[in-house]
Design a protein around this ligand. Sequence first.
Ligand SMILES: *Cc1c(COP(=O)(O)O)cnc(C)c1O
Length: 235
Amino acid sequence: MENISDAARILRDIRGRIDRAAQAAGRSGGEVALMAVTKTVPAERVNQFIDSGVSLIGENRVQEFLDKYDSYHKEGLKIAFIGHLQRNKVKYIADKVDRIESVDSLALAEEIGRRCAAIGRRMDILLEVNIGGEASKSGFAKEELEGVLPQIAALPGVRIAGLMAIPPAAEGEGAAPYFREMEKLFIDIKHKKLDNVFMETLSLGMSGDFETAVSCGSTQVRLGSILFGERQSQV
Ligand SMILES: *Cc1c(COP(=O)(O)O)cnc(C)c1O
């Protein structure tokens, strides 16, 4: 049976790999946050990782999240929503998550802003960029970003905290050109110093490519299967 110490061992191992990838790139491991992506994982198992030091989790599906929300050990825990989000579901999560990373349209940003302003908060959001220009993926085209940034930044109830991307599936270092392009966008936008635009988080890297992402400037990796094991069902 797996237990808490097994979660702690996995975390130590992965944290070590993040730190080494950062150091090899002349960065510090402390610049890279580790998010545990919980889809399909029972709350009890997620809690073992939280108890072992995970302080940030990522949620993909609204219903699954709501089912598990009450069970999570929430003290000191930050929760990010990272899955495709329908506008009519925003109301269910607006008071429960700390950040929404999968903002892929102006209309979604408007709904988040409206719902959050109504409950007196400002939601940290990341803009999702379809960096590979894939028809199958959501996200803003990179050419679109410059135009929508000021529009979204002007909305009440949101605060633009960074960028997120899922590059085209690639082996090993294959995602590096996409990650580098994201880092360039992130830095260019940061230099513009737009009102209500804070380029703090560059969310790049999953189980198969997190070390490459760290070497290309990621400030947050989103890890599911490498922590919790392969998922039974595809999400
Ligand atoms: C599932 C998922 C992840 C984690 O994927 P793994 O390959 O299991 O690490 C990261 N980000 C998003 C948006 C996901 O949906």
